[in-house]
Design a protein around this ligand. Structure first.
Ligand code: GRF
Length: 211
């Protein structure tokens, strides 16, 4: 069993997609050991509690980054977490946090990185006028939205799109991409070639649209 820790700050729909996929037995060897938030009252935490999962909130407001991260790390370690999944966790990790879980932290971002890192990726994509965007699951390194890419799913931008419509279609793909990426990583059948994540013949869950 690999113990997964999910970090979130809000809605938690990616967390729920991961939890549902695990409950269906579609990510062999995965168990959610803890769901942590840095924001009091995050809906994602309520959803995790409703499922009987172990949760904790460590408020980050007014707290120094290194101190907050140390408190989060303590809870992750207490829960025996081996793989950290950032799922709408709206806070940069300190270098110390990244070092504590080398190549064991994943994040999902609502664009095809390296395009449109940072906040409001969907708005950035619309403003730029790209015809295709999507989502990226990547390992976390010390730079924002930057580490090796596990997988990406594409989403066409429609002429009729506004930010909400585009974000909703990207989110549907996120909910497929994140569980699939976790399954790939837990398979262990990959290596890094420079910053390229190279998969070796692992079975994948999702079909078209994943790259
Ligand atoms: C998602 O769009 C994710 O890509 C970004 O933050 C949003 C979180 O949504 N990092 P949710 O809380 O998982 O519903």
């Amino acid at each position: 069993m690999t113990q997964i820790g999910v970090l979130l700050s809000g809605r938690g729909s990616n967390f729920l997609a991961i939890a549902d996929t695990i409950e269906r037995g579609e990510i062999p060897g995965a168990r959610i050991a803890a769901v942590l938030s840095n924001v009091a009252g995050a809906p994602g935490i309520h959803a995790a509690q409703a499922r009987g999962l172990h949760t904790a909130t460590v408020e980050s407001r007014g707290c120094k980054r290194a101190e907050h991260d140390a408190a989060m790390l303590e809870r992750l370690r207490d829960a025996g977490v081996e793989l950290v999944c950032l799922a709408g966790y709206m806070r940069l990790l300190s270098p110390g946090f990244v070092d504590a879980y080398p190549q064991k932290i994943l994040n999902i971002h609502p664009s095809l990185l390296p395009a449109f890192p940072g906040l409001d990726a969907q708005r950035q994509a619309l403003a730029y006028g790209v015809r295709v965007t999507g989502c990226t699951v990547h390992f976390v390194d010390k730079e924002l939205d930057h580490g090796p890419i596990v997988l990406q799913r594409t989403v066409p931008v429609l002429d009729t799109d506004d930010e909400a419509a585009l974000a909703a279609r990207i989110l549907e793909q996120e909910h497929l991409a994140y569980p699939e990426a976790i399954a790939r990583v837990l398979s262990g059948r990959y290596h890094f070639a420079g910053r390229r994540y190279v998969l070796r013949d692992a079975p994948t869950m999702a079909a078209g649209g994943t790259h």
